[in-house]
Ligand binder design. Structure first.
Ligand code: VG1
Ligand code: CO
Length: 539
């Protein structure tokens, strides 16, 4: 049954910020998935004693790719695969399953928050035994393999039915189709005070959770409606669809419009939340109120004592460099460790494994903790529900009180999308050269204190990563520039703007950062070089 098939390399199989992400049509090319998966197995080496998880966010082409992965794994002598029922597993649930069952790793098929469908994107994230995505040293080795691959092994047998739970043998390999939801739900019950949240719902508290037609629907129905007793209908868009029903499953003010409109209407629930395609991102809303992911991380950290699993103490916290400094002030107040890493969850893994941090987050709607090694959308929602249940306060009260105590970091991200790759690369290179000259220069009310590339040295493996350019101003404001590593065509320039105010906490964020935006565009010459005078997406 096992055959060896000759193949020729693709030149573009390099993983970005979070796995390999390409247009579905690119991935549908002959041997594209085969080449990539065989390259991963080539790098791992001896597979005879190894067990992996396979599953994904349910998007278009997942089912076909999963069948290919099964056949290639079997042909390469993998001992066993755990596969999410119907091929579904959220990114955080995948991390739970890998860690709980001490697996050697997993392949999570998702392009996360990118749209799906035949004309959308496809993705593949590769995690190791930590339950987190592999470090760059490993993804680089896999990329090297993909550039010289000449053959792959595959089991020439029929497709497998993944709709029913159970264990069986296939082409000499063991397969276990697992419940995608169970282990994850159990873990959440061990972290949070489910009784307190249940009581809050019993007393009439209302919520709306938007699963955006992606993978978190089944998890959310089970946790929020079935177990915690939120009224039926609290979870919307809960059936995972191959094309996410045409939605762009990115939980932010732009793409989760349906939820945002509802939460800013007079019918609003007490609490609103959405997750992304693969369930690792979250957006938190109150009645007519939006909590930025930056503030959410700070508020979660500040309130750890309210949560059973964390109440006896936490290690430090970490954020990506682009994320606002709100959580830094909380870390200082609680006298805990504080770390800044490059963008991408994989940079948090060593910090968690070495007990340096408990919580971490990114401005891009990612929040999480050392309970797993991925960001975790439903975990963040439960954290907020637990805070509200413990304090009896609203989302807005909780956030405003936080600002009163710590001051407020006004924060906005500008994305310039679909920029020609060479133009974007040159823009960043030229800007980097210019940075030293900016120091001490004054722009209106703002004086540059420092300007430099962000360079990170991992304290555990001592690897060096350079990602993004940062301008620091004397008043604590910052501009961060970086190129996206998750797009599937062209380049996206991200400009992150942050302005701190200790007392003035009720201004409009866009108004507050707009002087910084002007400086940011001017210094990097974005309009003249890209032809764009405005950002395509503002979040
Ligand atoms: C984006 C975000 C980053 C996040 C990454 C993966 O990367 O900015 O913070 O970790 O997506 O998120 P980039 O390189 O496009 O800025 V997801 O939900 O894959 O899993
Ligand atoms: Co995601």
């Amino acid at each position: 049954m096992i055959i060896t098939v000759p193949t020729t390399p693709y030149t573009d199989q390099k993983m970005g910020t979070a796995g390999l992400r390409r247009k579905s049509k690119v991935v549908m090319q002959k041997n594209y998935v085969e080449n990539f998966v065989q390259s991963i197995f080539n790098v791992i080496g001896d597979l005879s004693n190894k067990t992996f998880l396979v599953g994904g966010d349910g998007r278009f082409y997942n089912n076909i790719a999963i069948q290919k992965i099964i056949k290639i794994a079997a042909a390469n002598g993998v001992k066993k695969l755990l596969i999410g029922q119907k091929g579904l597993i959220s990114t955080p649930a995948g991390s739970v399953v890998i860690r709980k069952n001490k697996l050697n790793g997993g392949l999570i098929l998702s392009a996360s928050h990118n749209p799906g469908g035949e004309n959308g994107d496809f993705g593949l994230k590769y995690s190791n035994e930590t339950g987190g995505q592999v470090p760059s040293s490993v993804s680089d080795a896999i990329y090297q393999q993909t550039t010289k691959i000449s053959e792959y092994k595959i089991c020439d047998d029929s497709d497998i039915d993944l709709s029913k739970l159970g264990s069986f043998e296939y082409c000499g390999m063991q397969i276990e189709v697992i419940d995608s939801v169970k282990d994850y739900v159990e873990m959440m019950q061990n972290i949070f005070d489910f009784n307190a949240i249940k009581k809050m719902f019993a007393n009439g508290f209302t919520m709306r959770f938007d699963a955006m037609n992606a993978v978190t629907g089944p998890y959310a129905i089970e946790i929020f409606e079935n177990i915690l007793g939120a009224p039926k209908g609290s979870v919307v868009n809960f059936i995972p669809k191959e094309d996410f029903g045409g939605l762009h499953p990115d939980p932010n003010l732009v793409y989760a419009k349906e939820l945002v409109d509802f939460m800013f209407s007079d019918k609003a629930a007490d609490f609103g939340a959405a997750n992304d395609g693969d369930g690792d991102r979250n957006m938190i809303l109150g009645k007519s109120f939006f909590v930025t992911p930056n503030d959410s991380l700070a508020i979660i950290t500040d309130n750890y004592k309210l949560i059973p699993h964390y109440k006896n103490g936490i290690y430090g916290v970490a954020k990506s460099a682009a994320t606002s400094t709100a959580v830094a002030r909380v870390a200082k107040e609680h006298n805990i460790g504080y770390y800044e890493v490059p963008t991408g969850w994989k940079y948090f893994v060593n910090l968690m494994d070495s007990n340096r941090i408990t919580f971490c987050g990114e401005e891009s709607f990612g929040t999480g903790s050392s309970h797993i090694r991925e960001k975790d959308g439903i975990w963040a929602v439960l954290f907020w529900l637990n805070i509200l249940a413990a304090t009896g306060k609203t989302v807005e009260e909780t956030t405003v009180e936080h600002w009163k105590k710590y001051g407020r970091s006004y924060y906005i991200r500008f994305d310039f999308e679909g920029v020609d790759t060479a133009t974007a690369d040159t823009l960043m290179a030229d800007l980097e050269t210019k940075l030293p000259n900016l120091i001490n220069q004054t722009f209106g009310d703002f004086t540059v204190k420092e300007a430099a590339p962000f360079v990170y040295k991992d304290p555990v493996d001592e690897s060096i990563t350079k990602n993004g350019l940062i301008i620091y101003f004397t008043d604590g404001s910052r501009i961060v520039y970086r190129l996206s590593g998750t797009g599937s065509s062209g380049a996206t320039i991200r400009v992150y703007l942050e302005r701190f105010s200790a007392e003035d906490i009720s201004q409009n964020p866009l108004d507050m950062v707009s002087p910084l935006a002007e400086i940011a565009l001017e210094v990097a010459e974005i309009p003249s070089r890209t032809g764009k005078v405005k950002a395509d997406v503002i979040t």
